[in-house]
Design a protein around this ligand. Structure first.
Ligand code: HSE
Length: 441
């Protein structure tokens, strides 16, 4: 059978990795797919770069629409990124009856509902394994491998840049800004790393996992998103002294009132595998009612790791494209007419979790009693308290100290209200630091 023909839009790091891995492993991939898979056309504004990446024998154009218009192309890979032209091109490719493979988590997390509906209507596949956790086959695992389960929760380190920064902050005791500069120098962090460090990239990814896990629409706009820019080196140190590490987690959880969808720095017990994922690596923990807790670990970015996911999608499409569209694996794991409308995203004030609080307080009699008394009257139970020597915190003769409190599970709104009262105490001398803590048990 003649090879299936693929058009590639955007040949940067992931695109050239995809081209190279497809070439290198073409025989084995063909034996798996049942048919050859060939990139025969590439569109990139930088045609010289594209030509250098693919050599002769592949048609290189500057205009992506020429790829979409080519009737010989069966699958379009979108590796442009962003919500702008990429969205138009993906919708145009679908309208032209092409299957689409994309690594664009931002596009799907924000416009997924529109894109998947268009694909459904046209009977084409939109595959996005590369959009979440790079080379880790987490989409496949959630959509197919764990299909027997009622998924209870997912917690993931799904942004390598921030995990690298947090690992360096902990190892070297450095502050956020210093490590960010180093990450940029080493090429881990983009020149504009806003989406990474503000938690937006992780929120795109957890939004997609949430939809697949719980059969709900993609709802990035309802996600709670906090990054790591305000994280202080001293909180990483105190967390360590209490037996925890701080990780930027993407969390989605089945809760009493609906589905939690949140990204924020979290204390994780140091003994958990997730707490020991270091550097730019990614890891996702999924808890299903039948299977229990499962862990997926690997490279979340990079040329060939991400290409590995893109090509897995190409193989899936090659195997399934002649099948009746209704018999294929649904884009978001659940059949479109069986998606749940009544599972709402839980507002943050209703989320129940445990907390780390750091209060800079006057080192004088009765302060601890006042703080713990206030928490007790709000019904917030304390798990642990750590008080540093004033000299250690503020230098010799200091009259201030840090009081660190770990709470048991409490409703976030209850804690918010208690924090307002704590902050108003005259002996609390600086803004209270509040971090969430996830036991992941
Ligand atoms: N910027 C992402 C990260 C890579 O740092 O993990 C691809 O999603």
């Amino acid at each position: 059978m003649k090879p299936i023909q693929v058009g590639l839009l955007g040949i940067g790091t992931v695109g050239s990795g995809t081209f190279n891995v497809l070439q290198r492993n073409q025989e084995e991939i063909k034996r798996r797919a049942g048919r050859g898979i060939e990139i025969t056309m590439v569109a990139d504004l930088d045609t010289d770069r594209a030509r250098a990446a693919v050599g002769e024998g592949v048609q290189v154009v500057a205009d992506a629409r020429a790829v979409i218009a080519n009737p010989d192309i069966d699958i379009v890979i979108e590796l442009i990124g962003g919500y702008g032209i990429a969205k138009q091109l993906v919708l145009e490719a679908i309208a032209a009856g092409k299957h689409v493979v994309t690594a664009n988590k931002a596009l799907l997390a924000v416009h997924g509902t529109e894109i998947f509906a268009a694909a459904q209507q046209k009977g084409v596949m939109v595959a996005f394994e590369a959009a979440v956790a790079g080379g880790i086959p987490i989409i496949k695992a959630l959509r197919e491998g764990l299909t027997a389960n009622s998924i209870q929760w997912i917690a993931g380190i799904i942004n390598g840049t921030t995990n690298f920064i947090l690992s360096e902050m902990r190892d070297k005791g450095l502050d956020f800004a210093t490590v960010l500069k180093e990450a940029q120098r080493l090429g881990y962090a983009e020149a504009d790393p806003t989406f990474d460090i503000e938690g937006v990239d992780a929120a795109h990814k957890v939004t997609l996992m949430s939809a697949i896990a719980f059969g709900i629409p993609v709802q990035f706009d309802k996600a709670h998103v906090e990054g790591i820019t305000k994280l202080a080196a001293q909180d990483i140190k105190y967390a360590e002294q209490l037996g925890y590490r701080i990780k930027l987690l993407g969390i989605t959880r089945r809760a009493a009132g609906g589905i939690e969808l949140r990204v924020h720095p979290s204390l994780v017990p140091a003994k958990r595998l997730l707490a020991n994922v270091e550097g730019a690596m990614n890891a996702v923990v999924v808890h299903g009612d039948a299977v229990g807790t499962t862990l997926y670990y690997g490279k979340g970015a990079g040329s060939e790791p991400t290409a590995s996911a893109v090509i897995a999608d190409l193989v899936d499409i090659t195997r399934l494209h002649t099948a009746d569209a209704a018999q294929r694996v649904p884009h978001l794991a659940f059949h479109p007419n069986a998606m749940s409308d009544d599972l709402k995203i839980v507002p943050m004030r209703e989320v129940v979790t445990s907390y780390y609080l750091r209060l800079r307080v006057a080192d004088e009699a009765g302060v601890l009693a006042k703080v713990t008394g206030l928490l007790a009257s709000a019904g917030i139970s304390i798990d642990a308290v750590l008080q540093r020597e004033a000299d250690e915190v503020g230098g010799e003769g200091s009259t201030q100290t840090d009081l660190i409190i770990l709470t048991h599970d409490t409703r976030e709104g209850t804690l918010d209200d208690a924090m307002v009262e704590l902050q108003a105490l005259p002996t609390v001398l600086a803004p209270i630091v509040r971090l969430r803590k996830e036991e992941l048990s």
